[in-house]
Ligand binder design. Structure first.
Ligand code: IMP
Ligand code: MG
Length: 182
């Protein structure tokens, strides 16, 4: 089990414990099960951060699903969002005429998702929606149509449950916020 002992513990405060996260994931899955009943769904998952979320989320879905992964550059190793988004790894299936759900773990400026949303839309899917575990709505720079939101959060830098601090902390089962990001 992951620990934060290798980091400066005094800077971390628990924000959501694993049971609270479970409840949010289950509630998102309930909405998707209801809204896509009888349909097949392609889950386009944004790497790396969303890989923990998708692995829990998909096990609550009672639908025919396929999982695809994309990797986009946005943050790099900095804590602030950069303006340009590029594709590092694209999806590997034809989504024309298919129902697509973009799965993200956290939205900040919205730049990453806006880019991905437009790109997928241009491929003419039957439908395209966005689900995110967490949303820093107050940080939005560009508008993105997010249909499913697990939890709206304040402007805090979070780590754990897939969220990283310079690539570390993704393994923590709970989510923490950083008191003194620098
Ligand atoms: P955006 O393009 O500014 O919306 O940035 C979204 C991406 O930045 C997310 O997919 C995360 O990978 C990363 N990110 C945003 N906020 C946080 C955070 O609080 N902790 C860790 N990663 C974050
Ligand atoms: Mg992400």
């Amino acid at each position: 089990m992951g620990t934060i002992s290798q980091l400066d513990e005094k800077n971390f405060t628990k924000y959501l414990n694993r049971h609270e996260i479970d409840a949010i994931v289950q509630s998102l899955a309930n909405q998707i099960n209801r809204d896509y009943e009888g349909k097949s769904l392609i889950l386009v998952t944004v790497l790396k951060g969303a890989f923990v979320f998708i692995s829990d989320f998909i096990r609550h879905l009672k639908l025919n699903t396929e999982v695809e992964f994309v990797r986009l550059s946005s943050y790099g190793k900095a804590l602030t969002s950069s303006g340009t988004v590029t594709i590092i790894k694209d999806i590997q299936t034809d989504i024309r005429g298919k129902h697509v759900l973009i799965v993200e773990e956290i939205i900040d400026s919205g730049r990453t998702l806006k880019f991905l949303y437009e790109r997928i839309k241009n491929a003419n899917p039957a439908s395209i929606e966005i689900a995110t575990l967490l949303d820093k709505t107050s940080k939005r720079v560009v508008e993105v149509p997010v249909k499913y939101t697990g939890r709206v959060i304040d402007d805090q830098f979070l780590v754990g449950y897939g969220l990283d601090l310079e690539e570390r902390c993704r393994n923590l089962p709970d989510i923490y916020y950083l008191k003194y990001p620098n």
